[in-house]
Design a protein around this ligand. Structure first.
Ligand code: SF4
Length: 356
């Protein structure tokens, strides 16, 4: 297992600062919420639009998505759903790379997002210039990037993967004797390497949410709840993953919660997932793995600051003005075509395994 050189400290500081200063939506009264629900339902019909929503956003947005026949899920499911749904406008409620993936797959559709400033620290920690230069130094390796990357980075890759299929795809390539560059999440890269034994050069990006889960505090929590089961997303630090009985993507964690016989689950992922986890396993008590706490060292406190930028207010606003291009995803056509190939490769692989 090799490592790409560390992410420059200035970039790490910039990412943390962006996360700390992400805009926070206002809180709504039940009356305001109900009125926005009604308004958005009408606008979705008028615009021939569908909501495609990530598990980590506010639960009211997830409830509204379900109520209007949209999709709530992980990034693999979101990409696949947008590709299959007949709506002419896709409203991606998540972070920017998810809107870009939808546009890459659906160039003929209008793809809009409540707030285009909703980013992702993994995407930010993999700038195209340095990543491309790194790939150029290792031309003998297959370039595999996580879905949480820009369209430019995807266009530079051979494969795109998500946390639900990364292990299977790397195992497949490893069996063919291929050596791999994996980017950008260092913990997911480590995990995939351990699971497959593949020869991987690992980029050193990080997720501001999962990177903060603390193994020591988890150990203490496990002593306090000796019958609890730990389940974790593979973007979490290796010491945390080593204590988990199930490791997987958000959808796989929901399924693990459902299948578990434990009454209490200690969960290492964004607590936005708890809404769907509670629906799937209503009898379980869910506890989040501790982060840095509410101190200055806690950037995310187990909730993605960029996912939190999505709100009923900005969703209604983006649907209201059908000529507004400032919330629309645009991608240069030559980049889009190049980025499409590795995404299609992934979707084809996952469909052949019955995984989407
Ligand atoms: S939770 Fe982490 S990986 Fe997901 S969007 Fe936020 S920063 Fe990116």
């Amino acid at each position: 297992m090799g490592k790409a050189s560390a992410i420059p400290l200035e970039l790490v500081d910039e990412i943390r600062s962006k996360a700390l200063h992400a805009a926070e939506p206002r809180s709504l009264t039940p009356k305001q919420r109900d009125s926005l629900f009604e308004k958005i339902k009408i606008l979705l019909k008028q615009r021939n639009a569908v909501l495609i929503t990530h598990y980590y956003v506010d639960e009211q947005l997830q409830i509204l998505t379900d109520a209007t026949g949209g999709y709530v899920g992980d990034s693999l499911g979101m990409a696949d759903y947008g590709n299959r749904h007949p709506a002419t406008t896709l409203v991606v409620v998540g972070v920017r790379f998810m809107g870009e993936s939808a546009k890459i797959l659906n160039p003929e559709k209008r793809v809009i997002m409540p707030d285009l400033a909703a980013e992702c620290s993994l995407d930010l920690s993999c700038p195209i210039e340095s990543f491309s230069a790194f790939c150029d130094q290792h031309l003998d390796r297959t370039v595999m990037v996580y879905a949480n990357t820009s369209a430019d980075v995807k266009a530079r890759s051979d494969w795109v993967v998500t946390s639900s299929n990364a292990v299977d795809i790397v195992a497949h390539l490893h069996a063919r004797g291929e050596k791999i560059i994996f980017a950008p999440d260092r913990h997911l890269g480590n995990y995939v390497q351990k699971q497959t034994g593949a020869d991987i050069l690992n980029w050193q990006g990080f997720c501001v949410v999962h990177d903060e889960f603390k193994a020591n505090s988890l150990r203490q929590l496990m002593q306090e709840h000796p019958d609890a089961e730990v389940i974790a997303h593979p973007e979490s630090p290796t010491e945390v993953l080593d204590m988990a009985s199930a490791v997987g993507s958000t959808t796989q964690l929901i399924n693990a919660a459902k299948a578990s016989t434990a009454k209490t689950l200690i969960v290492a992922t964004d607590f936005g997932l708890f809404h769907k986890m509670h629906e799937a396993a209503p009898d379980k008590k869910l506890i989040a793995v501790p982060t840095g706490g509410d101190s200055a060292s806690c950037v995310s406190c187990a909730h993605c600051p960029w996912m939190a930028m999505n709100s009923l207010d900005n969703l209604a606003a983006v649907l209201e003005d059908e000529h507004d291009v400032s919330h629309e995803i645009h991608i240069d056509e030559s980049i889009r075509k190049k980025a499409l190939k590795p995404i299609e490769r992934m979707l084809e692989f996952s469909r052949s395994k019955g995984k989407v």
